[in-house]
Design a protein around this ligand. Sequence first.
Ligand SMILES: [Zn+2]
Length: 64
Amino acid sequence: MKKIIKCPSCGHSTPYSPDNAFRPFCSERCKLIDLGAWASESYRVPDESNPPELLELDPFKLDD
Ligand SMILES: [Zn+2]
């Protein structure tokens, strides 16, 4: 009796069985992608969109 599930990573149908070493994913690649997504949520990349404080300095006033 084989159960078919959808790969959480790519959505493709894949058998949920001991034959599938990467279940519930369809492949090792999808498993790694999911682990990577989890890791990137745990270790958030610093937000580079923060406005640089240096913009508050007016370069033309440095000679004043
Ligand atoms: Zn997949």
